[in-house]
Every structure is written in C-alpha cells, then in structure tokens.
Design a protein around this ligand. Structure first.
Ligand code: PGA
Length: 250
C-alpha cells in the first residue's frame, strides 16, 4: 500500500490564541476537501486547547511542539504526554533542532520522550538533521545515524511502526535555503534503509517527512521523491493560503 502523505505545520513560538483561531478557521475552509493525506497543525501550548475545539469534526489533527518524559510531578514548566493526549493531541514533535540548540535536548532524552509519547498513544515526530558544518565535513550520514539510533533505541517493532521521522537539515530551517530534492531524497533513503535493518515492513510503511524552507513552489517536487512522504513546515505554515497550497501539492 502506498504511504499516506502527512503534512504538519509547526507554528513554533508564534500566534496568540486569537490569531491561532483565525488561522485554523481559514485552514478548515481551505482544506475541507482534502481526503488523501493527513494534516496536522502544531500551535504553541497556550493555543492547543482552543484550537482543538475549533478543529472538531474537521480533517485537521493537532500536534504539540514538545513534551516531557515524565507523566506528572515537580517539573516546573514541563507538559506531559497524558496532558496532551487528554485534550486531543494526536501528534508531538520530539527533539526539533531548535529544541536541541536552545534547550539542550539530547538523543538520550529524545528517546525517553519518544517512549512517553508512544505510551500515551501520541505519534512522535522525531526530528533529526545535520548542521552546515557537519554537512561540509561529510558527516551528514553519521549524524543522521546517531540521532536516529539514539531516538529509537529500545523500541519494539510495533512501537517503531507508529513513529514518524522528520529529516530537517539545520542549514535549511528558516533560511530560505531548501535542500535540493536529490539531497533530501538521498538522506531519506538512508534513513529508510537504516530502519529496514531492523524491520522491512516497518521501513516500507514508515512516513519520513522533509522539513526546511518548504514553500508552495518547492513542495510538489520534494514530495514526489520516492522516500519523502510529506513535510514539516515552519514559516510557511503561518499563512493559511501558503500552508493549504503545500498540503495540496502533488
Ligand atoms: P521552516 O521551518 O519551514 O521555517 O524552514 C521548518 C521547521 O523548523 O520545522
């Protein structure tokens, strides 16, 4: 069976509740006919609950930008998987490169958070990607392998089968410098082969998203690559017309 595309919009630290509701209302209207792909919006924490209420009965799902690995307790500032699941989140980003860069998220803690998400039936979108220095030093595949293996360590096949991986070259995030479709495909293929060493069926079914300056004018070519199953969209997801065009790109 062909893999069902998934397009997720990561709003990062943007949109007040009022702005978030206006954006999802527009998206609902623009995307109401889309049936052949999964659509996820990922607002900041403060907007999650109002947004999920506005999304009721729609074909758009809700994700969160991060979670903490413990279910509850004295962890000031943290939000847990059961809290996200209760309000209707279906997806959660894990270890986005901005979390790795500004909040010291490591591969080991990514692994704990992937497991916490799965335990509470959230789909983790594990984010991996190399920096420009790493690419220039020909270390891209090593970095990808280390981040991937670290993030999925100890997962059984059925758990691994529920995971989504997003390949986001750090040098392409928010810079307008998109990876060429060939560069992206090369890394996506590498990721799928690495998963295949664990399980062929899981590898064949796993959705791998590309992220990094995805725009309406480059989405179709990226998504047409054999191992790219959709996108994780930052900047362009803040504009309803642009995000809708990316969702529909084929
Ligand atoms: P961008 O961000 O589309 O603004 O490059 C992508 C991401 O960080 O997920």
């Amino acid at each position: 069976m062909p893999r069902r595309p998934l397009i997720a919009g990561n709003w990062k630290m943007n949109k007040t509740v009022k702005e978030a509701l206006a954006l999802v209302s527009d998206l609902k209207r623009l995307l109401t006919q889309v049936r052949d792909r999964d659509i996820v919006v990922i607002p900041p924490y403060t907007a999650l609950y109002p947004v999920v209420q506005r999304l009721e009965e729609s074909n758009i799902q809700l994700g969160a930008q991060e979670l903490f690995a413990k279910d509850w307790g004295a962890y000031t500032g943290a939000v847990s998987a059961p809290m996200l699941a209760e309000i209707g989140c279906t997806h959660v980003l894990v270890a986005h490169s901005e979390r790795r860069q500004y909040f010291a998220e490591s591969n080991a803690s990514a692994n704990e958070r992937v497991k916490a998400a799965l335990k509470h039936n959230l789909v983790p979108i594990l984010c991996i990607g190399e920096t420009l220095e790493e690419r220039d030093a020909q270390r891209t595949m090593d970095v990808i392998a280390t981040q991937l293996d670290g993030g999925i360590e100890g997962l059984g096949f059925s758990e691994l089968g529920r995971l989504v991986v997003a390949y986001e070259p750090v040098w392409a995030i928010g810079t307008g410098k998109v990876a060429s479709s060939a560069q992206a495909q090369e890394v996506h293929h590498f990721i799928r082969e690495r998963i295949r060493q664990r399980d062929t069926t899981v590898a064949a079914d796993m959705r791998l998203l590309y992220g990094g300056s995805v725009k309406p004018d480059n989405a179709a070519e990226l998504f047409a690559q054999p191992d790219i199953d959709g996108g994780l969209v930052g900047g362009a997801s803040l504009n309803a017309t642009d995000f809708a065009a990316i969702v529909k790109a084929k």
